[in-house]
Design a protein around this ligand. Sequence first.
Ligand SMILES: Nc1ncnc2c1ncn2[C@@H]1O[C@H](COP(=O)(O)OP(=O)(O)OP(=O)(O)O)[C@@H](O)[C@H]1O
Ligand SMILES: [Mg+2]
Length: 262
Amino acid sequence: MSAELPILKIETVSKAFGGVQALSDITFSLNPGSITGLIGPNGAGKTTLFNLISGVFPADKGTILFNGNSIKNKKPHKLVELGISRTFQNVELFESMTVLENILVGQHTRTRCDMWSSILRFPWVAAEEKKAHEFAMALLGFVGLNGHADKTSEDLPFGWQRLLEIARALASSPELLLLDEPAAGLNIVETMQLGDLIKKIRKQGVTILLVEHDMSLTMEISDQIVVLDQGKKIAEGSPRMVQTDEAVIAAYLGTAGNKTED
Ligand SMILES: Nc1ncnc2c1ncn2[C@@H]1O[C@H](COP(=O)(O)OP(=O)(O)OP(=O)(O)O)[C@@H](O)[C@H]1O
Ligand SMILES: [Mg+2]
């Protein structure tokens, strides 16, 4: 066990929707600067956990600590301000806005321009806007979207929309980044490039929680893996340990079996 203070600590967290127990007594922690793969068959509760960590809805039971402080009752925008940022399983961009505008929206919480100072055009507003613009352009370069700032985001190929969503999530300078199936819909080459990008983001000191069904990507880039099945944590450990874990194999074989019956 590391003596380091975890950046995120999930303690006996549960969440139900009507009769469906989406999460039961989930406990695990993330060390700062690590990449954790959160895996499990469809309906395991992965996105539900992301929704709890990002403040979309509260847990029924248990505690989530971010840098030692409870996130209870904190709204999504407040959690972004505190340093938790996310992407979505189904890409959620402002489709009619340009690529650059989408990133500037993500940055909004970190600039100090309010409505009145913008209207009155205080000199520092222009300086902040210039800084925001430069940062957004740098982020575009960072994710590999150089030269596409003025395109409408709905006109981007799907793989690039996923990259733009990551750039927007980075625009708030997060400490913790939650990626919900970032490789879904990407081809093999795009998936490899995504893996490199995620490692590059970690190098900047950002901690990453990655939900993914692409096992080769997840196993290659993750330091630790947490496995959920039907709302329960069934395994946790290094990629090597988890891949040979009997409960994990059974959970996945069960899913494969169900699929062949369709
Ligand atoms: N907002 C919601 N309202 C009602 N039920 C929900 C809601 N969100 C999730 N569920 C249910 O909770 C369970 C867990 O769903 P969740 O989306 O967290 O799974 P997942 O692991 O992300 O699956 P997938 O790999 O398919 O994305 C499922 O039974 C789902 O139908
Ligand atoms: Mg999901």
